[in-house]
Design a binder for this molecule. Structure first.
Ligand SMILES: Cc1cc2nc3c(=O)[nH]c(=O)nc-3n(C[C@H](O)[C@H](O)[C@H](O)COP(=O)(O)OP(=O)(O)OC[C@H]3O[C@@H](n4cnc5c(N)ncnc54)[C@H](O)[C@@H]3O)c2cc1C
Length: 393
């Protein structure tokens, strides 16, 4: 049997792969099983200086993803002798990764792409794991897709169930059991579950607490810090565009088309009479320095180089927004956030290149193992790594 702790991008993949390979799998998830469109009720963000974003429910943070599908960290992983090219190609096929057809790209996104080109920048459409036939284009991906058009990890959990996996929700794993240098199971409050194969995939903000408590070294936190910038563009209807439909790979940041309801609230607070359809925005995301830590409290700040890169990217985003028709003098920005917490149990320190810790049979398979801040959406890479590791368990 195998115990998998956490059901997000990493955990769901391992559960599916091990169940398909004939293992009896017990998947333990702290959060509840939910209707996908209710995912926004299950955010469990942490204010760590920068606001760190995640959800706690079956399917983990994939339940609120924007469906962005970029390969990242391939070179860094090759440096550890891990070649993910086959796994990434398999994952892209399985998730149906594609660029959305033109009719699913809205007016606001097109305006931003045109404005970027006029500034001499290359704006590309974002590859997505969204089925264009199903997409209802109401812009709600990060609240929870109402029509199941976007892939999420529950699909992998269903596949695991079909192969006999047991899925327990609403149970928090509170400790790891070991004898000598071997894992023997996990503790969930007063309950214990025994097995000699345990995969921790509780996400980068919980995994280091679990493995750190049995003496496995943990590593500093990154989060791909991002700034949201936007302004008034009356009647643009950008709130209904598929979010993050376009991106610009700038020198030191990834700049994306980006709508946030918080921008609307901030503009209203600044005295602008705007509704949800009157705002155009962008996100500036950087591969931040790994300056954070997950101990009793979680801390993540901004270093001087991070601040410089965010400022450079924000200046470019501001110029694009102005060129796209945002009213002069209306630009606002939101407090910094990070939606890709990772790196807290890295390959080469906390786990080996099979993702096993120094405790035999104890693995880590989530964003914690990433060796560096990707500065780009990490789900494809997390899934590919989890597949790679499952083949070696
Ligand atoms: C709003 C938003 C949009 C995003 N959009 C994209 C995107 O478009 N593309 C992309 O590639 N990435 C995106 N990301 C990032 C991506 O969702 C995460 O990087 C990825 O899902 C992390 O996977 P994970 O397996 O490490 O953790 P998670 O998916 O967070 O899963 C961890 C799971 O473990 C559970 N858990 C925690 N502790 C315990 C415990 N003690 N016992 C049992 N269970 C536990 C949690 O409840 C959770 O379900 C987005 C993130 C956010 C916040």
């Amino acid at each position: 049997m195998a115990i998998v702790v956490g059901s997000g991008a990493g955990g769901a993949t391992v559960a599916k792969e091990l169940a398909a390979a004939g293992h009896r799998v017990l998947l333990i998830e702290k959060g509840p099983e939910i209707d996908e469109e209710d995912a926004h009720r299950h955010y469990a963000n942490v204010d760590a200086g920068i606001k760190l974003m995640r959800t706690c429910c079956l399917g983990g943070t994939t339940m609120v993803s924007a469906g962005n599908a970029m390969r990242c960290l391939e070179e860094e992983l090759r440096g550890f002798g891990i070649d993910l090219s086959a796994e990434l190609a398999e994952v892209e096929r399985e998730l149906g990764v594609q660029v959305l057809p033109d009719d699913l790209i809205g007016e606001g996104t097109y305006r931003l792409m045109d404005a970027a080109s006029r500034l001499g920048l290359t704006a590309r459409k974002m590859p997505k794991f969204i089925d264009p036939e199903q997409c209802c284009r109401d812009g709600r991906c990060s609240l929870g897709c109402p029509v199941q058009a976007r892939w999420n990890a529950v699909r992998f959990i269903e596949a695991a169930r079909e192969n006999g996996a047991t899925v327990v929700t609403g149970q928090e794993v509170t400790g790891i059991l070991t004898r000598g240098d071997r894992v023997t199971g996990v503790r969930c409050g007063s309950r214990t579950c025994y097995d000699d194969l345990v995969v921790i995939a509780a996400g980068a903000l919980e995994t280091p607490r679990l493995i750190g408590s049995i003496g496995i070294p943990v590593t500093p936190l990154f989060c791909d810090t991002f700034a949201s910038i936007g302004g008034v563009c009356p009647g643009i209807g950008f709130d209904r565009d598929v979010p993050m439909g376009a991106y610009i790979a700038h020198e030191s940041s990834l700049i994306l088309s980006h709508y946030s309801r918080q921008l609307v609230a901030t503009l209203q607070g600044a005295g602008h009479a705007v509704g949800e359809g009157d705002v155009l925005g962008m996100m500036v995301k950087i591969a931040d320095e790994d300056s954070g830590s997950v101990r009793e409290t979680i801390k993540k700040g901004v270093t001087a180089p991070d601040a410089r890169r965010l400022a450079e990217g924000s200046a470019v985003a501001g110029a694009i927004l102005a060129g796209a028709g945002v009213e002069p003098g209306t630009l606002v920005s939101l407090p910094l956030r990070g939606s890709h917490p990772g790196g807290t149990a890295r390959i080469g320190v906390s786990v080996d290149t099979s993702l096993m810790t120094s405790v035999a049979g104890l693995y880590v398979c989530d964003a914690s193992v990433l060796p560096a801040a990707p500065g780009a959406p990490p789900i494809l890479t997390i899934i590919a790594l989890a597949r790679y590791a499952a083949k070696r368990m």
